[in-house]
Ligand binder design. Structure first.
Ligand SMILES: NC(=O)c1ccc[n+]([C@@H]2O[C@H](COP(=O)([O-])OP(=O)(O)OC[C@H]3O[C@@H](n4cnc5c(N)ncnc54)[C@H](O)[C@@H]3O)[C@@H](O)[C@H]2O)c1
Length: 341
């Protein structure tokens, strides 16, 4: 069988993740890597043996023999690239969030439909084992009729102040809230229709990063379920995990509670810090990549080849982006806001 020839736009932390699984996947090969920062592109190219090196998406689309493109640029830079790729007839795997404005969401959806390409957004928590098991229990009817959900997903300050160079141009909602909304929608089996949110600012601003610290959001779903969601970027850096992730789903016959941030399966102590290294998200065992962050990307290739629907639909990803826009508006107005399409 012919391999899917992938190109990757964005050779940062997560572009490296895409290159890692494409190197291992028997049905994929990376034909090109594109970054406006040529040093970063060259470093990923050398690490994974990628031959095509590009400094612009236009040049890449004109010269690189690829079937599909991974878009792994900062949150607010997905839409123009996605539209160009769709117009060039390339299938697309877009990092979450799909896009950060209503107009951009609409432009991507239209371009995908008009040009008959396939697109998936990498909302990878659907591949996270505790959440996948929760979904199976829900589908088996073990919780009865679902009523409420709770999702807390916070990062330590370091992510906003040091890890991301562009956090002031994004938001904890785009960066982690997109996962929270998608997971709640997926588990509760419905899309968000109305939100009410409040927020706090100041901690990160005082540290030189002008973005909201924390959002608390109440979500109403089309099927009548309700949920509380907490997303913040100001957890203390002393937290032994980068993020704090808790989730509950309650039905009339049962409940599932997930704590994905304190597995404690491995504890590491040095003179500098105590940490509990990641075992679920993204790591390697005997040189092979492991973790659910790779599984979602693997699934994109598998389903592109098989023709099956992607596990994350473009419509679900669009709802997550539009719900985030509604949350931001609600937090500003201190009023409930309908999710507008
Ligand atoms: N699925 C996940 O859980 C997950 C985890 C981390 C990051 N992400 C997402 O992946 C995306 C990238 O995040 P990151 O952490 O790798 O960021 P990063 O800053 O490490 O990398 C982004 C890269 O994009 C490049 N770039 C910017 N504009 C470009 C353009 N027009 N053309 C080509 N290259 C361009 C930058 O030079 C940089 O190398 C974001 O949307 C982020 O939210 C997803």
């Amino acid at each position: 069988m012919e391999k899917v020839r992938m190109a990757i736009v964005g050779a940062g932390v997560w572009g490296d993740t895409h290159a890692g699984i494409f190197r291992e996947h028997p049905l994929a090969v990376t034909a090109g890597i594109c970054d406006t920062n040529q040093e970063k592109a060259a470093a990923v190219a050398e690490k994974y043996g990628i031959h095509g090196l590009y400094d612009s998406v236009d040049r890449m689309l004109a010269e690189c023999p690829c079937d599909a493109v991974s878009i792994v640029t900062p949150d607010f830079l997905h839409a123009d690239i996605a539209v160009k790729c769709a117009r060039a007839g390339k299938h697309i795997l877009i990092e979450k969030p799909l896009a950060t404005s209503r107009d951009d969401v609409k432009r991507i959806m239209e371009a995908v439909e008009t040009n008959h390409v396939r697109a998936m957004v990498d909302l990878h928590n659907r591949w996270n084992p505790p959440f996948a098991l929760a979904k199976q229990a829900i589908e088996a009817g073990e919780l009865g009729n679902l009523k409420t959900g709770y999702f807390r997903l916070n990062d330590i300050k370091w992510v906003a102040t040091d890890m991301l160079s562009w956090s002031a141009f994004s938001s904890i909602l785009w960066f982690l809230g997109s996962h929270s909304i998608d997971t709640l929608s997926w588990l509760l089996g419905s899309r968000v229709k109305r939100v009410y949110a409040v927020s706090t600012c100041g901690v990160l601003k005082n540290m030189g990063v002008d973005t909201v610290d924390t959002y608390l959001s109440t979500l109403e779903f089309e099927n009548g379920c309700i949920a509380q969601m907490e997303n913040g970027w100001i957890d203390p850096n002393g937290n032994p995990n980068v993020n704090d992730l808790k989730c509950t789903v309650l039905g009339d016959r049962g409940k599932i509670a997930i704590d994905a941030s304190h597995h404690n399966m491995i504890q590491k102590y040095t003179d500098a810090a105590a940490t509990v290294p990641d075992v679920l998200v993204r790591n390697s065992v005997h040189g092979a990549v492991k973790g659910f962050a790779y599984e979602s990307i693997r699934s994109f290739i598998d389903r592109l080849v098989s023709g099956e629907d992607f596990i994350v639909s473009l419509e679900d990803a669009a709802n997550a982006s539009l719900a985030i826009l509604a949350i931001m508006e609600s937090a500003k107005k201190r009023e409930p806001v309908e999710v507008a399409y």
